[in-house]
Design a protein around this ligand. Sequence first.
Ligand SMILES: C[S@@+](CC[C@H](N)C(=O)[O-])C[C@H]1O[C@@H](n2cnc3c(N)ncnc32)[C@H](O)[C@@H]1O
Length: 271
Amino acid sequence: MNKKKTPSRAKNKESGKQSVPSKKQETKIQSSGKNQGGSPAQGKRNLKVKVKSARGRKLSSTMWLQRQLNDPYVKRAKEEGFRARAAFKLTEMDDQFDLIKPGMVIVDLGAAPGGWSQVAARRAKSEEGRSEKGKGQVVAIDISEMEPIAGVEIIHMDFMEDEAPDELKKALKGNAADIVMSDMAAPSTGHKQTDHLRIIGLAEAALEFAIEVLKPEGAFLAKVLQGGTEHELLALMKKHFKKTRHVKPDASRADSSELYVMATGFKGRSS
Ligand SMILES: C[S@@+](CC[C@H](N)C(=O)[O-])C[C@H]1O[C@@H](n2cnc3c(N)ncnc32)[C@H](O)[C@@H]1O
């Protein structure tokens, strides 16, 4: 296996300057409820279940459990058959910006456990059993294993491997994509700057791939961290897309520095 990295893939752990999105750039989404309803609590998460600390359980685990039990998005994900509360982040962003349409070709990078892929498959109508006419296509990749999802072709692979873009293109069967979306995030190191650099490296690699496979007018969406190092990423997005914005959906925890960059109106490969 050729381990030689392309420049931006190799750049994963370095480079970048500080960039804090202005209030103007950052959009707080109020879900309009397209297809699957609005956000469950519109940001209100009153504590109803208190978890007692138990012997052998770390305080951080108790806090995590308490947060899960009181999180309306976790409850609603269970009720609506989504594998992850993250499904509501994409749902809200799509409700607001109308990205996904039936018949679209979508690439989901960092897809496990599969919440975004489920939303994409439902909305692009790629699920098996639907008629070929207007049937969408969803291709997903993750370094972790993922249970199958109807209408989603899953690749179990590190996206930063040199072979990953070609594997994805093979799965696309020569089709250009309408949307390339990345929720990729490496596990937190606890060191803020390292986490920022890693997530930007992933987003930059995702953007490079998007530029290779998107149709003209296509869209790109990627997770970054607030206060991150995204100058180069934003400059490249602005060069290749008509509109670029930052988005923080309600379903993204308020205490998380997670943020999404969204670019629409891909200008085409020659730009
Ligand atoms: C926040 S989770 C994604 C949640 C997903 N959007 C959902 O709705 O279920 C981030 C994912 O990125 C994946 N990831 C991180 N680095 C990756 C890489 N280099 N290649 C592929 N997947 C990666 C992780 O394994 C993890 O599953």
